[in-house]
Design a protein around this ligand. Structure first.
Ligand code: HEM
Length: 524
């Protein structure tokens, strides 16, 4: 008996130590952390597990939970031990601009961004933390994506947009054989970027069966790892230690992903060889600009940046990955909403056909002046932002006051396009797809809407591909709805299938996929 008592006491001591140790961590995190002044649910304030749960177990649904937390706790909520999230305030747009502005001292949060380097094992433009390093890297590709550079290749974008229409026209596109629009719109995005960036189109629109759908699917699979690596950074070196063949065994999507990386790797080597042999390319690619920036790119005295092959490769991969799902899903949303709403369909087609009766002289600068088409694109970006979730930034030294709440230096804070785009004060009836909201109302109301549309984010870390993305959105949507007045959504695909989830990039749940058919009758 005495022996049993001694054993129980021996067991109780370690147990008590564990309880004491865990309890003291919980109390410290909750009540003695520099963010203890910020309201938030108890569990969230002591760990990252709730974020992990909504991102991993519930498949990227954190963005739907955050607005609920704001309803209870107010405009600033503590969403993990060291992180807050900011939602609507009386002046939400200025809060956003304070964090995401040119030269902002709010740097990217390494815990969120570093895991995104794991698949390429090297920093990419999106993930570089240091302001100076980012400035140099960004400067190298900014001219490549300038408005003028995009206008210079507008014909190429039109060619892809018309090819999409020809493909729809040639396909059965019927109730029996619906057209897989979800694949084809992403194929347009991939063909545009690869032609634009590498001067070598991957021609996925020509692959009438799969439309190269493996590529967006591979990116999606790779992205499902991010919430794991963000919650448990210790997994990053483990993941990187797995050889390529091992990754393929664990995640079969890595096979094609690795193939795509190899294609970019070979392109980098080829350009280096051409430059060494002074061979003049028919058109400079992004790889040329990264290896050998055009004269005048750097005015930093003697500084001349020489990027390693790994860095050139990483940035080249970054633009292909960043521009596929984002533009693809936005086009999908615009087409779905217009086809689901006969009045919107008729208004858009009429506007396009009135402005361009024979459809021959359509061009970006004239399309941008069409109010309804512009409203359609803005609504698609608003309801379907390509990067909908939080963009975490570290609060600079000295701390900061946002929405009247003092945020400690070194803590992390974020805002989301999802929240900004759904502010009921700025966008009454926010779930409604209403292209007219961009022209109706007072000048102040419209200005407020423009300031709240942050699909491309803002400042020096905002989207570098915005001009190309907008050109592609305008040309594709205009080409499709100028040519066809009888397209319809196939089957019972509905708004619930357009629900947004987020794994950094925005996704739809894929219960059903967006397919279309021709009815032979005009929409109204
Ligand atoms: C509708 C389409 C698009 C949307 C909504 C979008 C959105 C965004 C957003 C919100 C960011 C900032 C992310 C952050 O702060 O973490 C970003 C960054 C970036 N985007 Fe896009 N994007 C789109 C299309 C494109 C395209 C077509 C390209 C390339 C051709 C591209 C390349 C990039 C790159 C390289 C970055 C990192 C920029 C940096 O950190 O300096 N994006 N994008």
């Amino acid at each position: 008996m005495a022996f049993i008592q001694v054993s129980i006491i021996n067991l109780l001591w370690p147990l008590a130590a564990i309880v004491f140790f865990t309890g003291s961590i919980i109390i410290r995190r909750r009540y003695f952390h520099p963010l203890s002044n910020v309201p938030g649910p108890f569990l969230w304030s002591i760990s990252t597990l709730p974020i992990w749960y909504h991102q991993v177990v519930r498949g990227g649904r954190l963005l739907h939970v955050l607005p609920e937390l704001h309803k209870i706790y107010g405009p600033v909520v503590r969403i993990s031990t060291n992180e807050t999230h900011i939602s609507s305030s009386t002046d939400t747009a200025s809060d956003y601009e304070q964090i995401y502005k040119v030269g902002s001292k709010f740097l990217k949060d390494p815990a969120f961004y570093k895991p995104m380097e794991a698949p390429v094992a090297t920093p990419i433009l999106l993930t570089i933390l240091s302001l100076d390093e980012h400035r140099l890297r960004r400067k190298m590709i900014t001219p490549f994506f300038s408005r003028q550079s995009v206008l210079d290749v507008e014909d190429m974008v039109w060619q892809k947009a018309h090819k999409l229409c020809d493909t729809i026209e040639a396909a059965p596109c019927s109730r029996e054989h619906p057209f897989p629009a979800y694949k084809a719109v992403r194929a347009v995005a991939i063909d545009v970027i690869t032609e634009y960036a590498y001067a070598k189109c991957w021609d996925y629109l020509d692959d009438g069966k799969d439309f190269g759908n493996w590529y967006p699917e591979a990116i999606r699979s790779v992205q499902t790892m991010f919430p794991w690596l963000q919650a448990f950074p210790v997994l990053i070196p483990l993941f990187q230690g797995i050889p390529d063949w091992g990754k393929v065994v664990l995640f079969p999507a890595f096979k094609r992903w690795n193939d795509s990386l190899l294609a970019v790797c070979l392109a980098v080597k080829e350009v280096r060889r051409e430059l060494a042999a002074s061979i003049k390319p028919p058109r400079r690619t992004i790889i040329h600009d990264l290896i050998d920036p055009p004269a005048g790119t750097f005015d930093h005295g003697k500084m001349r940046v020489q990027l390693s092959d790994a860095a050139v490769f990483a940035d080249a991969v970054n633009v292909t990955g960043a521009g596929t799902e984002t533009t693809g899903a936005t086009k999908e949303r615009a087409m779905f909403e217009v086809m689901s709403n006969p009045l919107a369909y008729q208004t858009l087609t009429k506007e396009l056909r009135d402005a361009f009766p024979d459809g021959k002289d359509m061009c970006l600068t004239r399309l941008e002046k069409l109010p309804y088409l512009t409203g359609v694109i803005k609504e698609a970006l608003r309801l379907n932002p390509g990067v909908p979730g939080r963009l975490p930034r570290v609060v600079p030294s000295g701390g900061s006051e946002l929405c009247g709440v003092r945020l400690a230096p070194g803590s992390v804070t974020s805002m989301s396009a999802w929240d900004m785009h759904r502010s009921a004060e700025v966008f009454p009836n926010p779930d409604l797809f209403d292209p007219n909201r961009w022209t109706l109302g007072s000048a102040d109301e419209i200005r407020a809407r423009e300031r709240h549309l942050v699909a491309f984010s803002r400042g020096s870390r905002g989207c570098v591909g915005q001009n190309l993305a907008m050109c592609e959105l305008y040309c594709t949507i205009a080409a499709v709805f100028h040519r066809f007045d009888d397209l319809a959504v196939y089957g019972d695909f509905g708004h619930e299938d357009m629900e947004m989830t987020e794994l950094v990039l925005g996704y739809h749940p894929q219960r059903r996929r967006f397919k279309i058919m021709r009815t032979g009758k005009a929409a109204l």
